[in-house]
Ligand binder design. Sequence first.
Ligand code: PHE
Ligand code: NA
Length: 454
Amino acid sequence: MQERQSIHGTWANRWIFILAATGSAVGLGNIWKFPYITGENGGGAFVLVYLFCILLVGIPIMMGEVLVGRRGRCSPINSMKETARESGLSSRWQLVGWMGALAGFLIFTFYSVIAGWVLHYIAGMAAGDFVDIGRDQAGGRFEALLAAPETMVIWHSVFVVLVMLVVAGGVNKGLERATRIMMPALFVLLLLLLGYSFTTGHFGEGLSFLFSFSPEALTWDSVLVALGHSFFTLSLGMGAILAYGAYMPKNASIGGTVLTIGLLDTVVALVAGMAIFPIVFANELDPGAGPGLMFITLPVAFGQMPGGQIFGFLFFLLVGVAAWTSAISLMEPATAWLVERFDLERLPACMLLGVAGWAVGIACLGSFNFLSDFKLMGMNTFDFLDFITANIMLPMGGLFLALYVGWFMKKAVAENELAVVNARYFQIWYLVLRFVAPVAVAIIFALNLYEKLA
Ligand code: PHE
Ligand code: NA
């Protein structure tokens, strides 16, 4: 097959691809979710299992996504179709791309609701609303936000517009430009916060919580959580990484690139933990506080610390930027497909998706107030969308992708895209992708479902 070009554009170089994919990976999953699930699952032992999952499931599947994308050079739907055709397979494989684009769209709707809260907190921190605030007051403020759909609609709308503005700019003038500005900003903010948490005097406590290995804290359930999260945190199973891979220069090595992305995502999660737990301990707060850790516990902590107003503001700014670059990648697969299929310009394609995503998002934020009685399978809209995407669609997408690349696509295609120099490394990757990753994902998938339904 001759070398195809993406009609959407190509990243200027390998590093832009790495930073863009890292922008997708690093998001609410790292800064909001990772610290609180680590807190809930007892710290060190959980972190160790999580690291194994990243290495044995996440990284191999990510390489699979990138190679399919670079081979197909299209939206995930059409890249699946083209690479299936090349290997003489049924065009039904494009269903994997369809499910992914749909999953991305659905995740976008509730992701942008949480991101809206983050924007609200950026403004609140800047205004000094949290200075000297107590625990009950902080809890009360968060509940007041959830009870105020008008406020949430405003911030949710702002976030959707911010995301669509970037996606409408296209690969080079939108995604790449945003990457060049936001990713360095993200790293600088993270380092500032890390430095700040050094000054709290509780840094060691935070470290030992994250890294002290206590096997008795480890349950089968927390293994499950670790495996599922490694998936979500690397943006796998829905085509975001596949879409970004379609814009990757031909001469860049997939193996090294993907390892770098996985490493950066992991480092950001760990650094977020190292920045957050010392603050929590310095104020004698509970590390296992759950999802409220970021919106209730942290504001209390910042409110009571010297410089807390500034660093609280910088913290939420960091979370906002991270959520922004992730949300962009949630919309790119569907946007690219609309452009390919209907020959649309980027702007109308984005407006269509933005308006639709915004509207479904309103139903999500209504879950906390005016729509709280509306239930799907016993869950409110927000929880339902979170459940079917994270627990069903992403694992299924990842499983099918691993099976596709490992068992169906011609081996020569993978060898060619990975530009095999060391046959032994290739063999290891191929074995892991064919056996270890699918079995592990099938197990999480089945157990997650069983737990939820039993
Ligand atoms: N990886 C992102 C995070 O950690 C979430 C995400 C999932 C983004 C899937 C894109 C696709 O927050
Ligand atoms: Na992540």
